[in-house]
Design a protein around this ligand. Structure first.
Ligand code: FAD
Ligand code: SIN
Length: 540
C-alpha cells in the first residue's frame, strides 16, 4: 500500500503524540508505532517534568543546574529557550487534562513539586510516581479521538525514503526526506508512507545494553534510520546510567525513581554504612553520573552485587502515597520499603545524544525532524539533568510543528514516483536463534566494554567485535525476509557502533563518559560535540 498525509510521525510517546496533536490542527497526520500505542518510555516515566513554578525558584537556577549537570557541553541558547518555555508547556498539559499531584501548602492547595539529583530547588511536576502514564493517558485519548490523526499500531519503520539530488562522489548527502518504508508486523507487508514532513519520535536506545530501565521498544531505531539516511548524529557516547534500579532477577531493572532520594532516601553499602557524602557535597542528590559512578566504584571495591537504598525511616503512609507504584512493585519482589532498605544497581537509562537538530527540531536532512529522546538538541550536553527529558520533548515538538507547518505543509518535494520496497530474493530464515544470540552478544559486549567506566583497551575490543557482528548481520539482513527482531537487531548494532566510535574519539572524561586512560576533562581540545555522519552507505 502507499499512504500519503501532511505529516508522518514515527512513534507514539510524548514527543510523537504532542507533535501529532498540534499538527492535526493543520493537516492529516499518520502516526506509526511499532507495538501498542502506549508502549513507550513515556508511559513508564516516574519522577516527572522539571519546570520553574515556585516563586522562590528562578529560570536562572534551572538554567544553571542544567548547565552544571551537562559538564560544559550544553548549548546555552537551547537551555534558556527550553527552561523559559517550561511553564507554558505545563499549563498546556493542564489544559489538555493532565492531573498532577497537589498538596496543601501555606497558601492553600498547590502543586506538589518534587526534587531530584542535580536540582537546587523543588521543581518537578509529578503524578505520584506514575507521571508518564498520566501524560500518555491524556495524549493517547486526544490523539485517538482526533478526526485527523490516524494511528497505525504494530507497524515498524524500516528505513527513511530520501531524495538524493545533491549526492556527490565522495560524500553521501541526501537532500530531502519523503517518508518511510514501514513493515506491518503481523502480515509482513511493507508499505510506503509519504508526507510533507516526517518526524522521528522513536525514543532512546537502552536495549543496546544488557541491563536497562527502558522498555523493549528502546532499540535506537530513529538514530539508526537517520544515520543510514545521511543525517548527522551527535554525542552518542553520553549514555546515562540511572543509579537506582531494583536488583532482582525478575525485576527487569525496574526503576526506583530519583524522587525517592529527593524525599530523603540514602544509599548504603551492604554493611549499612553510607558512602555518598565522601563522593560529592550534594551526597545522594549529586548529578546522576556521579552517583552511578560512585555505586560502580563501591561495588568493585566490596565485590558486592548491589548497594542498598533506604527510606524506611520515613512515615510509612507518606511513602505509600508518594510512591504507590514503586512500593507495590517492591512488595511483589519481597521488599517492603517502609520497613527495610531495598537492593539497587545502576542500569542504562537515557540516550543524551541522538539525531543532531537545530532549534526547530529539524535534522540536517530537510523535511526530517527528530524530537524527544531520539534527538540531540544541545539541551543535555554531556549529562542530562533529571526530569528535563519530558520537558524537552514537549518544547521541541511544538517548535518542530511550527517549522513543519510554515515551511513544508502543502509544498510537495516533487511528483516523482517513489519505488516500492524491493525484497530482493529474501527467504524465510530457518534459524531464528541466530538473531537472539546476536542480540545478546551485542548487549553483553556493550555492558562489559562500553559501560559506566571505560578504557581504550575495552573500547577497541568492543569495536573489533561490533565490526564483525555488523558484517554478519549485513549478510543475514539481505538474505532473509524482514521481521521486527531482525530490524531491531540491525538498529542496535548500528547504534552500538556509533556509541563505540563516539567514545573512542573522546580522549577525556566528561559527564557520562569516563575513560580511565584519560581521567580528566580537557576543555582545550575536547569541549565540543561529537558528530558522526555516514560517509558511504554500505548496507548496515
Ligand atoms: P518514547 O516515549 O520512548 O516513545 C517512542 C515511541 O516510538 C514508541 O511508541 C515506540 O514504539 C516507537 N518506535 C520506536 N521505534 C519505532 C519504529 N522503528 N517504528 C515505529 N515506531 C517506533 N524523563 C523525565 O523527564 N522524567 C522522568 O520522570 C522520567 N522517568 C523515566 C523513567 C523510566 C523508567 C524511563 C525508561 C525513562 C524515564 N525518563 C524520564 C525519560 C523519558 O521518559 C523519555 O526520555 C521520554 O519519555 C522519551 O519520549 P519519546 O516520545 O522521545 O520516546
Ligand atoms: C526518575 O524518576 O528517577 C527518572 C527521572 C528521569 O529520568 O528524568
Amino acid at each position: 500500500m502507499e499512504y500519503r498525509s501532511s505529516f508522518l510521525v514515527i512513534g507514539s510517546g510524548v514527543a510523537g503524540l504532542s507533535f501529532a496533536l498540534r499538527a492535526a490542527e493543520h493537516g492529516e497526520v499518520h502516526i506509526i508505532t511499532k507495538r501498542g500505542i502506549t508502549e513507550s518510555s513515556t508511559n513508564v516515566a516516574q519522577g516527572g517534568i522539571a519546570t520553574v513554578w515556585d516563586e522562590k525558584d528562578s529560570f536562572d537556577n534551572h538554567i544553571r543546574d542544567t548547565i552544571t549537570a551537562g559538564a560544559g557541553l550544553c548549548h546555552r541558547d537551547v537551555v534558556e529557550m527550553v527552561v523559559r518555555d517550561g511553564p507554558n508547556r505545563i499549563k498546556e498539559l493542564l489544559d489538555w487534562g493532565v492531573r498532577f499531584t497537589k498538596r496543601e501548602g501555606e497558601n492553600g492547595e498547590d502543586f506538589d513539586l518534587g526534587r531530584e539529583g542535580g536540582h537546587s530547588h523543588r521543581r518537578i511536576f509529578h503524578a505520584a510516581d506514575l507521571t508518564g502514564r498520566e501524560v500518555e493517558r491524556v495524549l493517547v485519548e486526544k490523539a485517538l479521538s482526533h478526526p485527523r490523526v490516524h494511528v497505525f499500531e504494530h507497524h515498524t519503520a524500516i528505513n527513511l525514503i530520501t531524495l538524493n539530488r545533491f549526492q556527490s562522489f565522495d560524500r553521501y548527502r541526501p537532500d530531502e526526506c519523503l517518508g518511510a518504508y514501514v513493515l506491518e508486523n503481523e502480515t509482513g507487508e511493507i508499505h510506503t508512507f509519504l508526507a510533507d514532513a516526517t518526524v522521528l519520535a522513536t525514543g532512546g536506545s537502552g536495549k543496546v545494553y544488557l541491563y536497562t530501565s527502558n522498555p523493549d521498544i528502546a532499540t535506537g531505531d530513529g538514530v539508526a534510520m537517520a544515520y543510514r539516511a545521511g543525517a548527522a548524529v551527535a554525542n552518542m557516547e553520553f549514555v546515562q546510567f540511572h543509579p537506582t534500579c531494583l536488583y532482582h532477577p525478575q525485576a527487569k531493572s525496574f526503576l526506583i525513581s530519583e524522587a525517592v532520594r529527593g524525599e530523603g532516601a540514602i544509599l548504603l553499602r551492604k554493611d549499612g554504612t553510607r558512602f555518598m557524602p565522601a563522593y560529592h557535597e550534594m551526597a545522594e542528590l549529586a548529578p546522576r553520573d556521579i552517583v552511578a559512578r560512585a555505586i560502580d566504584s563501591e561495588l568493585k571495591k566490596t565485590g558486592d552485587d548491589y548497594v542498598l537504598l533506604d527510606i524506611s525511616f520515613k512515615d510509612p503512609d507518606f511513602i505509600r502515597s508518594r510512591f504507590p507504584n514503586i512500593y507495590e512493585k517492591c512488595l511483589q519482589f519481597g521488599y517492603d520499603m517502609t520497613k527495610e532498605p531495598i537492593p539497587v544497581v545502576p542500569a542504562a537509562h537515557y540516550q543524551c545524544g541522538g539525531v543532531l537538530t537545530d532549534l526547530n527540531g529539524e535534522s540536517e536532512v530537510k523535511r526530517l525532524f527528530a524530537v524527544g529522546e531520539t534527538a540531540c538538541t544541545g539541551l543535555h550536553g554531556a549529562n542530562r539533568l533529571a526530569s528535563n527529558s519530558l520537558l524537552e520533548a514537549l518544547v521541541f515538538s511544538k517548535r518542530a510543528c511550527e517549522k513543519a507547518v510554515s515551511t513544508y505543509l502543502g509544498k510537495k518535494v516533487t511528483d516523482i514516483q517513489v519505488p516500492k520496497w524491493d525484497p530482493g530474493n529474501a527467504i524465510d530464515p530457518d534459524e531464528l536463534v541466530v538473531i537472539s544470540h546476536t542480540w545478546d552478544e551485542i548487549r553483553r559486549l556493550m555492558w562489559n566494554y562500553v559501560g559506566i567506566v571505560r578504557s581504550d583497551k575495552r573500547l577497541h575490543r568492543a569495536k573489533e567485535r561490533i565490526d564483525l557482528i555488523k558484517r554478519e548481520i549485513s549478510e543475514y539482513y539481505w538474505n532473509f525476509i524482514l521481521n521486527t527482531d531482525l530490524l531491531e537487531l540491525r538498529n542496535i548494532a548500528t547504534v552500538a557502533d556509533i556509541i563505540i566510535r563516539s567514545a573512542i574519539s573522546r580522549k577525556e572524561s566528561r559527564g557520562l563518559h569516563y575513560n580511565i586512560d584519560y581521567p580528566y576533562r580537557d576543555d582545550e581540545n575536547m569541549r565540543k560535540d561529537t558528530v558522526i555522519r555516514l560517509e558511504r552507505y554500505s548496507g548496515v
